[in-house]
Design a protein around this ligand. Structure first.
Ligand SMILES: *[C@@H]1O[C@H](CO)[C@@H](O)[C@H](O)[C@H]1NC(C)=O
Length: 440
Protein backbone atom coordinates (compact mmCIF):
# COMPACT_ATOMS: atom_id res chain seq x y z
CA UNK A 1 0.00 0.00 0.00
CA UNK A 2 2.79 2.35 0.92
CA UNK A 3 4.17 2.66 -2.62
CA UNK A 4 0.82 4.03 -3.81
CA UNK A 5 1.17 7.00 -1.54
CA UNK A 6 2.49 10.08 -3.13
CA UNK A 7 5.91 10.60 -1.56
CA UNK A 8 5.36 14.12 -0.26
CA UNK A 9 2.16 12.93 1.43
CA UNK A 10 4.13 10.06 2.97
CA UNK A 11 6.71 12.51 4.31
CA UNK A 12 3.95 14.69 5.64
CA UNK A 13 2.28 11.75 7.35
CA UNK A 14 5.55 10.58 8.87
CA UNK A 15 6.19 14.10 10.15
CA UNK A 16 2.70 14.25 11.57
CA UNK A 17 3.18 10.91 13.31
CA UNK A 18 6.35 12.22 14.95
CA UNK A 19 4.65 15.44 15.88
CA UNK A 20 1.63 13.76 17.44
CA UNK A 21 3.87 11.30 19.24
CA UNK A 22 5.77 14.25 20.65
CA UNK A 23 2.59 16.04 21.65
CA UNK A 24 1.03 12.95 23.18
CA UNK A 25 4.22 12.18 25.07
CA UNK A 26 4.97 15.69 26.20
CA UNK A 27 2.83 15.78 29.37
CA UNK A 28 1.60 12.92 31.51
CA UNK A 29 -0.06 12.78 34.92
CA UNK A 30 0.26 9.81 37.22
CA UNK A 31 -1.18 8.88 40.59
CA UNK A 32 1.06 7.26 43.18
CA UNK A 33 -0.59 3.97 44.10
CA UNK A 34 0.44 2.08 47.21
CA UNK A 35 0.35 -1.61 46.39
CA UNK A 36 -1.31 -3.29 49.36
CA UNK A 37 -3.57 -6.28 49.77
CA UNK A 38 -6.53 -6.12 47.38
CA UNK A 39 -9.02 -8.94 47.87
CA UNK A 40 -9.24 -10.72 44.48
CA UNK A 41 -12.85 -11.70 45.15
CA UNK A 42 -13.85 -8.00 45.00
CA UNK A 43 -13.90 -5.57 42.08
CA UNK A 44 -11.54 -3.19 43.90
CA UNK A 45 -8.83 -3.20 41.22
CA UNK A 46 -11.48 -2.39 38.61
CA UNK A 47 -12.87 0.44 40.73
CA UNK A 48 -9.40 1.93 41.19
CA UNK A 49 -8.66 1.94 37.48
CA UNK A 50 -12.13 3.03 36.34
CA UNK A 51 -12.05 5.94 38.77
CA UNK A 52 -8.49 6.95 37.82
CA UNK A 53 -9.46 6.93 34.13
CA UNK A 54 -12.46 9.12 34.82
CA UNK A 55 -10.30 11.65 36.70
CA UNK A 56 -8.01 11.76 33.64
CA UNK A 57 -4.88 10.00 34.89
CA UNK A 58 -2.55 8.37 32.39
CA UNK A 59 -1.16 5.74 34.74
CA UNK A 60 -0.62 4.52 38.27
CA UNK A 61 2.92 4.61 39.63
CA UNK A 62 2.82 1.33 41.52
CA UNK A 63 4.63 1.80 44.82
CA UNK A 64 5.96 -1.58 45.84
CA UNK A 65 7.49 -1.87 49.28
CA UNK A 66 7.34 -5.66 49.58
CA UNK A 67 8.54 -6.98 46.21
CA UNK A 68 8.69 -10.59 47.40
CA UNK A 69 5.21 -10.75 48.94
CA UNK A 70 2.54 -12.95 47.35
CA UNK A 71 -0.17 -10.42 48.22
CA UNK A 72 1.77 -7.76 46.27
CA UNK A 73 1.99 -10.02 43.21
CA UNK A 74 -1.72 -10.80 43.47
CA UNK A 75 -2.64 -7.10 43.60
CA UNK A 76 -0.32 -6.31 40.70
CA UNK A 77 -1.79 -9.11 38.59
CA UNK A 78 -5.32 -7.87 39.28
CA UNK A 79 -4.36 -4.34 38.18
CA UNK A 80 -2.48 -5.46 35.07
CA UNK A 81 -5.29 -7.82 34.08
CA UNK A 82 -7.95 -5.14 34.34
CA UNK A 83 -5.84 -2.44 32.63
CA UNK A 84 -5.12 -4.65 29.60
CA UNK A 85 -6.32 -3.00 26.40
CA UNK A 86 -7.32 0.25 28.13
CA UNK A 87 -6.06 3.78 27.67
CA UNK A 88 -4.50 3.53 31.09
CA UNK A 89 -1.05 2.27 32.03
CA UNK A 90 0.91 1.04 35.02
CA UNK A 91 4.58 1.22 35.95
CA UNK A 92 6.71 0.47 38.98
CA UNK A 93 7.85 2.89 41.60
CA UNK A 94 10.33 0.96 43.73
CA UNK A 95 9.93 1.94 47.39
CA UNK A 96 13.49 1.98 48.75
CA UNK A 97 12.35 3.29 52.10
CA UNK A 98 10.36 0.10 52.65
CA UNK A 99 12.83 -2.23 50.89
CA UNK A 100 16.31 -1.08 49.90
CA UNK A 101 17.20 -4.19 47.87
CA UNK A 102 17.34 -3.17 44.21
CA UNK A 103 17.68 -6.78 43.03
CA UNK A 104 14.38 -7.72 44.72
CA UNK A 105 12.63 -4.84 42.93
CA UNK A 106 14.35 -5.77 39.68
CA UNK A 107 13.07 -9.34 39.88
CA UNK A 108 9.51 -8.14 40.31
CA UNK A 109 9.91 -5.62 37.48
CA UNK A 110 11.10 -8.38 35.15
CA UNK A 111 8.07 -10.47 36.01
CA UNK A 112 5.66 -7.70 34.95
CA UNK A 113 7.48 -5.57 32.35
CA UNK A 114 5.94 -7.39 29.38
CA UNK A 115 2.37 -6.90 30.53
CA UNK A 116 0.26 -5.14 27.91
CA UNK A 117 -0.55 -2.24 30.25
CA UNK A 118 3.05 -1.51 31.27
CA UNK A 119 3.77 2.19 30.56
CA UNK A 120 6.34 2.95 27.88
CA UNK A 121 7.72 6.38 27.18
CA UNK A 122 10.26 8.40 25.23
CA UNK A 123 11.70 8.34 21.74
CA UNK A 124 12.77 4.71 22.22
CA UNK A 125 9.45 3.74 23.81
CA UNK A 126 11.05 2.14 26.87
CA UNK A 127 9.27 0.77 29.95
CA UNK A 128 9.21 3.40 32.71
CA UNK A 129 10.66 2.75 36.15
CA UNK A 130 10.37 5.28 38.96
CA UNK A 131 11.01 5.18 42.69
CA UNK A 132 10.28 6.61 46.08
CA UNK A 133 13.69 7.50 47.56
CA UNK A 134 16.61 5.58 46.07
CA UNK A 135 19.23 8.34 45.91
CA UNK A 136 21.23 6.63 48.62
CA UNK A 137 21.88 3.46 46.60
CA UNK A 138 24.01 5.62 44.33
CA UNK A 139 24.46 6.25 40.62
CA UNK A 140 26.44 3.05 39.99
CA UNK A 141 23.71 0.70 41.22
CA UNK A 142 21.11 2.53 39.14
CA UNK A 143 23.42 2.55 36.11
CA UNK A 144 23.81 -1.22 36.15
CA UNK A 145 20.06 -1.61 36.57
CA UNK A 146 19.39 0.67 33.62
CA UNK A 147 21.99 -1.00 31.42
CA UNK A 148 20.69 -4.47 32.24
CA UNK A 149 17.01 -3.62 31.73
CA UNK A 150 16.92 -0.82 29.13
CA UNK A 151 14.27 1.26 30.90
CA UNK A 152 13.16 4.89 30.88
CA UNK A 153 14.48 5.72 34.35
CA UNK A 154 12.59 8.37 36.30
CA UNK A 155 13.68 7.85 39.91
CA UNK A 156 13.48 10.00 43.03
CA UNK A 157 17.18 10.50 43.79
CA UNK A 158 16.72 13.63 45.90
CA UNK A 159 18.87 12.18 48.71
CA UNK A 160 21.85 12.03 46.33
CA UNK A 161 24.65 14.53 46.62
CA UNK A 162 24.00 17.97 45.07
CA UNK A 163 20.44 17.17 43.98
CA UNK A 164 18.93 20.33 45.45
CA UNK A 165 22.05 22.33 46.31
CA UNK A 166 23.91 22.03 42.95
CA UNK A 167 21.52 20.32 40.54
CA UNK A 168 23.84 20.92 37.55
CA UNK A 169 26.54 18.91 39.34
CA UNK A 170 24.01 16.25 40.19
CA UNK A 171 23.17 15.83 36.51
CA UNK A 172 26.88 15.69 35.64
CA UNK A 173 27.22 12.66 37.91
CA UNK A 174 23.87 11.04 37.07
CA UNK A 175 23.43 12.18 33.46
CA UNK A 176 24.14 8.78 31.93
CA UNK A 177 21.91 7.08 34.51
CA UNK A 178 18.56 8.86 34.55
CA UNK A 179 16.14 9.89 31.80
CA UNK A 180 14.30 12.17 34.19
CA UNK A 181 13.96 12.79 37.91
CA UNK A 182 11.13 13.03 40.41
CA UNK A 183 11.19 15.33 43.45
CA UNK A 184 8.98 14.03 46.24
CA UNK A 185 9.57 16.22 49.26
CA UNK A 186 8.85 19.52 47.52
CA UNK A 187 5.15 18.64 47.38
CA UNK A 188 4.66 19.99 50.93
CA UNK A 189 6.39 22.35 53.32
CA UNK A 190 8.34 20.63 56.10
CA UNK A 191 6.59 20.00 59.41
CA UNK A 192 6.74 23.43 61.08
CA UNK A 193 5.62 25.21 64.23
CA UNK A 194 3.96 28.10 62.41
CA UNK A 195 1.79 28.37 59.27
CA UNK A 196 3.93 28.05 56.18
CA UNK A 197 3.36 27.74 52.43
CA UNK A 198 4.64 25.20 49.96
CA UNK A 199 7.43 26.47 47.69
CA UNK A 200 8.45 25.59 44.15
CA UNK A 201 11.87 27.26 44.40
CA UNK A 202 13.75 23.96 44.48
CA UNK A 203 11.58 22.52 41.69
CA UNK A 204 12.52 25.47 39.48
CA UNK A 205 16.23 24.92 40.12
CA UNK A 206 16.12 21.19 39.43
CA UNK A 207 13.90 21.70 36.37
CA UNK A 208 16.34 24.24 34.89
CA UNK A 209 19.26 21.88 35.42
CA UNK A 210 17.24 18.96 34.01
CA UNK A 211 16.42 21.00 30.90
CA UNK A 212 20.09 21.87 30.42
CA UNK A 213 21.02 18.19 30.76
CA UNK A 214 18.27 17.07 28.37
CA UNK A 215 16.36 15.25 31.12
CA UNK A 216 12.69 15.33 32.07
CA UNK A 217 11.27 16.46 35.41
CA UNK A 218 8.35 15.27 37.52
CA UNK A 219 6.68 17.32 40.28
CA UNK A 220 4.48 16.00 43.07
CA UNK A 221 0.97 17.32 43.68
CA UNK A 222 -0.50 16.64 47.11
CA UNK A 223 -2.98 17.85 49.67
CA UNK A 224 -1.26 17.39 53.04
CA UNK A 225 0.67 14.83 55.01
CA UNK A 226 -0.74 13.62 58.30
CA UNK A 227 0.50 10.40 59.79
CA UNK A 228 -0.55 8.94 63.11
CA UNK A 229 0.71 5.39 63.08
CA UNK A 230 3.58 3.08 63.03
CA UNK A 231 5.36 4.77 65.92
CA UNK A 232 5.22 8.35 64.71
CA UNK A 233 2.87 11.28 64.17
CA UNK A 234 3.45 14.38 62.07
CA UNK A 235 1.62 17.00 60.06
CA UNK A 236 2.83 18.80 56.94
CA UNK A 237 0.30 21.47 56.12
CA UNK A 238 -2.27 21.39 54.59
CA UNK A 239 -4.80 24.19 54.21
CA UNK A 240 -4.38 25.38 50.60
CA UNK A 241 -1.42 23.17 49.68
CA UNK A 242 -3.31 21.33 46.91
CA UNK A 243 -4.50 24.33 44.82
CA UNK A 244 -1.37 26.34 45.60
CA UNK A 245 0.75 23.52 44.27
CA UNK A 246 -1.44 23.33 41.13
CA UNK A 247 -0.57 26.94 40.35
CA UNK A 248 3.12 26.20 40.94
CA UNK A 249 3.16 23.14 38.69
CA UNK A 250 1.43 25.01 35.87
CA UNK A 251 4.02 27.78 36.19
CA UNK A 252 7.07 25.46 36.33
CA UNK A 253 5.80 23.25 33.47
CA UNK A 254 7.47 19.92 34.26
CA UNK A 255 6.97 17.09 31.77
CA UNK A 256 5.16 14.96 34.38
CA UNK A 257 3.03 15.44 37.47
CA UNK A 258 2.50 12.69 40.02
CA UNK A 259 -0.41 13.06 42.40
CA UNK A 260 0.71 11.96 45.85
CA UNK A 261 -1.31 9.85 46.34
CA UNK A 262 -4.17 7.73 45.07
CA UNK A 263 -4.54 5.64 48.20
CA UNK A 264 -2.02 6.27 50.97
CA UNK A 265 -4.37 6.15 53.95
CA UNK A 266 -1.50 6.19 56.44
CA UNK A 267 -0.33 9.61 55.28
CA UNK A 268 -3.87 10.98 54.66
CA UNK A 269 -3.11 12.31 51.17
CA UNK A 270 -5.30 9.84 49.26
CA UNK A 271 -7.82 11.01 46.67
CA UNK A 272 -9.22 7.58 45.79
CA UNK A 273 -10.51 4.59 47.73
CA UNK A 274 -8.23 2.93 50.32
CA UNK A 275 -9.19 -0.74 50.60
CA UNK A 276 -9.61 -1.76 54.22
CA UNK A 277 -8.38 -5.33 53.59
CA UNK A 278 -4.88 -3.91 53.18
CA UNK A 279 -4.91 -1.52 56.14
CA UNK A 280 -4.28 -1.81 59.86
CA UNK A 281 -6.83 -0.87 62.53
CA UNK A 282 -4.43 1.83 63.66
CA UNK A 283 -4.53 3.54 60.26
CA UNK A 284 -8.27 3.02 59.77
CA UNK A 285 -8.90 5.13 62.89
CA UNK A 286 -8.01 8.25 60.88
CA UNK A 287 -7.13 7.29 57.28
CA UNK A 288 -10.36 5.62 56.26
CA UNK A 289 -11.84 6.47 52.88
CA UNK A 290 -15.24 5.01 53.84
CA UNK A 291 -15.78 7.39 56.76
CA UNK A 292 -13.49 10.10 55.44
CA UNK A 293 -13.56 10.05 51.62
CA UNK A 294 -11.37 12.50 49.70
CA UNK A 295 -13.03 11.93 46.32
CA UNK A 296 -14.39 15.48 46.58
CA UNK A 297 -10.93 16.60 45.42
CA UNK A 298 -11.13 14.57 42.19
CA UNK A 299 -12.96 17.15 40.02
CA UNK A 300 -10.31 19.74 40.94
CA UNK A 301 -7.58 17.29 40.00
CA UNK A 302 -9.39 16.55 36.70
CA UNK A 303 -9.50 20.24 35.92
CA UNK A 304 -5.79 20.55 36.74
CA UNK A 305 -4.90 17.55 34.54
CA UNK A 306 -6.67 19.03 31.52
CA UNK A 307 -4.97 22.40 32.01
CA UNK A 308 -1.54 20.84 32.58
CA UNK A 309 -1.74 18.54 29.57
CA UNK A 310 -3.03 21.40 27.45
CA UNK A 311 0.06 23.45 28.27
CA UNK A 312 -1.65 26.09 30.44
CA UNK A 313 0.84 28.11 32.49
CA UNK A 314 -1.70 29.80 34.71
CA UNK A 315 -4.42 28.35 36.94
CA UNK A 316 -6.69 31.11 35.64
CA UNK A 317 -7.00 28.90 32.54
CA UNK A 318 -8.43 25.94 34.47
CA UNK A 319 -12.02 25.05 33.59
CA UNK A 320 -14.57 22.72 35.25
CA UNK A 321 -14.42 19.14 33.86
CA UNK A 322 -16.87 18.05 31.16
CA UNK A 323 -18.04 21.57 30.37
CA UNK A 324 -19.62 21.95 33.82
CA UNK A 325 -20.72 25.26 35.35
CA UNK A 326 -18.42 24.82 38.37
CA UNK A 327 -16.20 22.34 40.20
CA UNK A 328 -14.85 22.58 43.68
CA UNK A 329 -14.58 21.35 47.23
CA UNK A 330 -14.38 22.46 50.83
CA UNK A 331 -12.08 20.76 53.32
CA UNK A 332 -11.55 21.17 57.04
CA UNK A 333 -9.71 19.51 59.90
CA UNK A 334 -11.97 17.49 62.24
CA UNK A 335 -10.63 19.33 65.30
CA UNK A 336 -9.79 22.90 66.22
CA UNK A 337 -6.35 23.77 67.51
CA UNK A 338 -7.67 23.74 71.04
CA UNK A 339 -7.87 19.94 70.80
CA UNK A 340 -5.14 19.07 73.25
CA UNK A 341 -3.04 16.09 74.18
CA UNK A 342 -1.95 13.82 71.36
CA UNK A 343 -1.27 16.24 68.48
CA UNK A 344 1.16 15.59 65.61
CA UNK A 345 4.60 17.11 65.25
CA UNK A 346 4.10 20.21 63.10
CA UNK A 347 0.61 20.91 64.47
CA UNK A 348 1.73 24.51 65.03
CA UNK A 349 1.46 25.02 61.25
CA UNK A 350 -2.27 24.31 61.29
CA UNK A 351 -4.82 27.12 61.32
CA UNK A 352 -8.43 27.03 62.43
CA UNK A 353 -9.67 27.62 58.91
CA UNK A 354 -12.18 26.38 56.36
CA UNK A 355 -10.43 25.72 53.05
CA UNK A 356 -11.91 25.72 49.58
CA UNK A 357 -11.08 25.66 45.91
CA UNK A 358 -13.55 26.44 43.15
CA UNK A 359 -13.02 26.34 39.38
CA UNK A 360 -15.30 28.45 37.19
CA UNK A 361 -15.59 28.55 33.38
CA UNK A 362 -14.11 31.28 31.21
CA UNK A 363 -16.29 34.37 31.16
CA UNK A 364 -17.70 33.88 34.67
CA UNK A 365 -18.53 37.21 36.24
CA UNK A 366 -19.97 38.43 39.52
CA UNK A 367 -19.74 35.05 41.28
CA UNK A 368 -18.84 34.75 44.96
CA UNK A 369 -18.10 32.08 47.53
CA UNK A 370 -19.57 32.23 51.03
CA UNK A 371 -17.89 30.31 53.83
CA UNK A 372 -19.66 29.58 57.13
CA UNK A 373 -18.58 27.84 60.31
CA UNK A 374 -20.64 26.83 63.31
CA UNK A 375 -23.69 28.40 61.67
CA UNK A 376 -22.10 31.84 61.23
CA UNK A 377 -20.78 33.40 58.04
CA UNK A 378 -17.00 33.84 58.07
CA UNK A 379 -16.53 35.54 54.72
CA UNK A 380 -17.96 36.17 51.28
CA UNK A 381 -15.27 36.43 48.63
CA UNK A 382 -15.24 37.10 44.88
CA UNK A 383 -14.67 34.16 42.52
CA UNK A 384 -13.46 34.48 38.93
CA UNK A 385 -12.96 32.30 35.89
CA UNK A 386 -10.32 29.63 36.51
CA UNK A 387 -9.06 28.40 39.87
CA UNK A 388 -10.05 30.27 43.06
CA UNK A 389 -8.94 29.10 46.46
CA UNK A 390 -8.64 30.25 50.02
CA UNK A 391 -8.17 29.35 53.63
CA UNK A 392 -10.74 31.27 55.64
CA UNK A 393 -9.69 31.73 59.25
CA UNK A 394 -12.19 31.48 62.08
CA UNK A 395 -13.29 27.84 61.95
CA UNK A 396 -15.16 26.86 65.13
CA UNK A 397 -16.77 23.62 66.32
CA UNK A 398 -19.96 22.44 64.61
CA UNK A 399 -21.04 22.40 60.96
CA UNK A 400 -18.97 23.86 58.09
CA UNK A 401 -20.30 25.14 54.78
CA UNK A 402 -19.20 26.49 51.41
CA UNK A 403 -21.67 28.11 49.02
CA UNK A 404 -21.17 29.32 45.48
CA UNK A 405 -23.26 32.40 44.78
CA UNK A 406 -24.38 33.65 41.38
CA UNK A 407 -24.18 37.28 40.37
CA UNK A 408 -27.64 37.86 41.87
CA UNK A 409 -26.57 36.42 45.24
CA UNK A 410 -28.49 33.18 44.59
CA UNK A 411 -26.96 29.90 45.81
CA UNK A 412 -25.72 28.02 42.74
CA UNK A 413 -24.04 25.14 44.59
CA UNK A 414 -22.93 24.20 48.07
CA UNK A 415 -20.83 21.81 50.14
CA UNK A 416 -21.99 21.03 53.68
CA UNK A 417 -20.02 19.10 56.27
CA UNK A 418 -21.24 15.59 57.05
CA UNK A 419 -19.17 15.49 60.25
CA UNK A 420 -19.02 18.35 62.76
CA UNK A 421 -15.73 19.86 63.90
CA UNK A 422 -14.93 19.10 67.52
CA UNK A 423 -12.36 20.38 70.01
CA UNK A 424 -11.72 17.04 71.68
CA UNK A 425 -9.68 13.94 70.82
CA UNK A 426 -11.28 10.78 69.40
CA UNK A 427 -9.71 7.41 70.25
CA UNK A 428 -7.21 9.36 72.36
CA UNK A 429 -5.78 11.61 69.63
CA UNK A 430 -6.57 14.79 67.69
CA UNK A 431 -7.18 13.73 64.08
CA UNK A 432 -5.61 16.11 61.52
CA UNK A 433 -6.83 14.29 58.37
CA UNK A 434 -9.17 16.58 56.42
CA UNK A 435 -12.80 15.96 55.72
CA UNK A 436 -13.36 16.82 52.07
CA UNK A 437 -16.77 17.74 50.69
CA UNK A 438 -17.36 18.18 46.97
CA UNK A 439 -19.31 21.19 45.73
CA UNK A 440 -22.70 20.13 44.36
C1 LIG B 1 -0.50 30.36 51.94
O1 LIG B 1 -1.24 29.56 52.85
C2 LIG B 1 -2.37 30.20 53.41
C3 LIG B 1 -3.04 29.22 54.36
O2 LIG B 1 -2.19 28.67 55.29
C4 LIG B 1 -3.36 30.62 52.34
O3 LIG B 1 -4.40 31.36 52.90
C5 LIG B 1 -2.66 31.41 51.26
O4 LIG B 1 -3.56 31.58 50.19
C6 LIG B 1 -1.42 30.70 50.77
N1 LIG B 1 -0.74 31.52 49.79
C7 LIG B 1 -0.76 31.24 48.50
C8 LIG B 1 0.03 32.14 47.62
O5 LIG B 1 -1.35 30.28 48.02
Amino acid sequence: MYKHLNSSLAVLLAGFALLTQHLVQSKLVFAHYLVGTVDPSTDHAKQDIDQAISVGFDAFALNVGAPDADWAKSTLQQLFDYARGKEFKLFFSFDFYANGDLSAHEKLYQAFKDQDAYLKYGAANLPVVSSYSGGAIGADAWRSFKNANNVYLLPNPEAAENYYSQPASFFQAWGDVVDGVFSWETAWPDAADAPTNVSSARDKDVKAAADAAGKTYMMGLSSLQYKHCCGDSWYRTGETNLPERMTQILAVQPEFTEVITWNDAGESHYIGPCWAEGLTEEILQYGNSDTNPHAGWQPLVSSFITAFKGGAKDAGAMVPPAGGAFAGAMWYRPVTKSCGGDVPRGSGAARDAVNYAVVLPAGSAGMQVRVSSGGRELATLPAQAGLNYGSVAGMVTGAQKLELLGSGGNVVASASSAVDVSDAPTNGFCNYNYYVVGLK
